[in-house]
Ligand binder design. Sequence first.
Ligand code: B12
Ligand code: SF4
Length: 509
Amino acid sequence: MRIIFINPKHHPHSMNFHHCMDLVGVKYSHLPLSLPTLAALTPADCSVGLIDENVEAVNFETDADVIALTGSVPQRKRVFELADEYRKRGKFVAIGGPISFDMPEECKAHADTVFIGEAEYTWPAFIDDFKQGKQKSLYHQKEFINIDDSPVPHFHLMKTGQYASGCIQVTRGCPYRCHFCDIPIKYGGQPRSKKIEQVLSEIRILSELGNDSVFIVDDNFAGNKPYAKTLLKEIAGLLPSLPTKMYFYTQAALDVANDDELLNLFRAANFLRLFIGIETGDKGKLSELNKRHQVDMDINRAVEKIKSYGITVWAGIMFGLESDDLSSFDRQLEFIRDTNFIPVQVGLLQALPETPLYRRALETNRLLQLPSLLGLTALSEEELSKATNLIPQKMSEEELEKNFARILRKMFSPESFRLKMIQYIGSNTRNLTSSMPALNLKTAMILVRMLSFYLFRADSKTRKMFFHVLKALVSHRLRNLDETVFHLLAYKHMQTHYYRIAAICESKR
Ligand code: B12
Ligand code: SF4
């Protein structure tokens, strides 16, 4: 039996850094974990092919018995296109992944079999059924699986050199209950953690395959702090024996700032960045979002504290919160300007199915008949009838979109980025020699491409910003050279991406 697993193409979005991959010299930002995980779950007597359409083309002429598509809601158009094409050619098509959680009926219309939930048990069961011609049209994993049953992904089957970062997953689930978030519902209200030996061996494999950075995709890496600490100690111990110099980044909650031991261990394990959903600086709105772990924190101080350990805070920021009025936009902008994080994911609040926010919006008639995630995150103009599925309470939809566009243009202007980088360079306390990536042909080429972009292709305001940032770097004795270069690369993406979202909002009026 032959199976081809496919991850359909993503469109550009905030976190895949699409618009700077040319400077980095790779095809896509992150290795998709579902493909090598599913390959590892497939019995050895089956033959397996993995295609990530972000780095290589799909082939419709195939002798495979099953085409297994993964995807998330924003990928839906391509997921369904591919499913239809393969079915037209008589292939048996399966669809799974986050898309089937939220769009099961649509998936069923395009596939022979749909998988809802984790696949550690259902995928091997399907293969058995398929071999006997008894496959079902739906496999639904209702209970959370025992994470010990999730195997080491078959990374060696992926074209790892085509990605900016390797990925691993260490835990699933989150102990917090932010009202807009579906992670505790979909992946569990308590973190399930992989065995430390398995995590270490996944890191080693990625290093042996040439990766020098790893994104740990956990939604809240330190949801179980004792586990996180033990793991970080082990990673720190592993680093010297790896064939490549490696650094890490992950997602966490702001309360990591309350734990010095944890921060110290992050530093020892060479974690350079934490993505933190900060959302807003307004305490009342944090309560409204039920972001309880953050309500009593001084956000400014917490970010500074994390930075004092040499770790950059990447922030997720939200506009269009339930109690937002027209004055909220500029207050939020001031908060972003004054707080020492780099805003990378900036969006409008959306109501995801099954969340408390969704139920609240439904009960109070504030939900648009628009499937969630078909708004701005989807970024596909023909479907973008609305920017979000939540009807604003204290402004019109037009005012929401107009002001969001205005704020994006301001936030991602060269002038704002210059100020952010000067704030950043002036305060970071990282030791350059310990975290600096190895200087080799790859890093040298990235530098050359970046210089040629800023010197010859960027517009005059962006070029001016670049020289100001270089000046600041020199005056701080190049202390943050590597991360500053990284953010200059990322800025090319962020400016293009967010200006495009602003243009979409503006064109709708
Ligand atoms: C890493 C990650 C990213 C990375 C992408 C990494 C990559 N290589 O593609 C980055 C940062 C780029 C990213 C971006 C975005 N992401 Co994201 N991301 C994640 C995250 C945190 C982990 C994904 C992962 O690697 N999981 C580990 C693997 C092993 O799990 P898995 O993919 O779910 O696969 C398991 C099962 O689903 C199943 N399965 C999967 N596919 C298939 C296929 C078949 C045939 C079968 C049988 C089974 C099966 O088997 C696997 C083992 O159990 C998830 C949240 C989460 N906890 O999963 C969100 C998540 C996938 N992202 C999400 C979103 C919304 C986004 C963004 C829109 C955010 C934004 N505003 O920009 C963008 C757009 C992405 C896009 N265009 O699709 C949503 C998707 C919601 C949905 N219902 O579709 C999620 C679920 C988070 C959430 N709840 O909000 N993301
Ligand atoms: S801390 Fe993050 S992952 Fe956990 S519930 Fe809140 S938003 Fe979701």
